[in-house]
Ligand binder design. Structure first.
Ligand SMILES: [Zn+2]
Length: 150
């Protein structure tokens, strides 16, 4: 939140819960629309992703918000086998369930376990962060209002 961007973070762990990589949303600080937390974590995991593919290791990604369509694609490409998210994103750009429910890439999705909103306290914290984001000056609604005033 201090970076004035969407409050989303992600962590990739291996089967023994060792942290492989972390990521956080950097859309506004980097002015990069693709710099989502999950993509950041996958990028930061570097060649661990490919080693895991070769060795058939099962990585898990934890993220604070349901992955968007881009990140869902990234997770499938990265061969991550388990996705855990803290808060569903039905009103935003949550895409994991929508793409899965479209029954495309069925074979890929069958290999990925998804766990939604496992912790009520973390869910409430994420909801609080998301509601604070609404008043942030970098929120696109507020950027538009500022542009009109100029
Ligand atoms: Zn995303």
């Amino acid at each position: 939140m201090n970076e004035n961007t969407y409050p989303v973070g992600a962590v990739i762990v291996d089967e023994n819960q060792n942290i492989i990589a972390t990521g956080r949303n950097k859309v506004h600080p980097q002015q990069d629309a693709t710099a989502h937390a999950e993509i950041d974590a996958i990028r930061n995991a570097g060649n661990s992703i490919f080693k895991a593919k070769i060795n058939r290791e099962k990585f898990t990604i934890y993220t604070s918000l349901e992955p968007c369509p881009m990140c869902t694609g990234g997770i499938l490409f990265a061969n991550i086998k388990k996705v855990v998210w803290i808060l569903n994103d039905d009103i935003g750009f949550g895409g994991f369930n929508k793409i899965k429910d479209a029954r495309i890439f069925d074979k890929r999705f069958r290999e990925v376990e998804a766990i939604e909103e496992p912790c009520e306290d973390l869910k409430e914290k994420q909801m609080d962060l998301m509601s604070k984001w609404l008043t942030n000056s970098n929120n696109v609604v507020n950027l538009r209002k500022a542009a009109i005033r100029e």
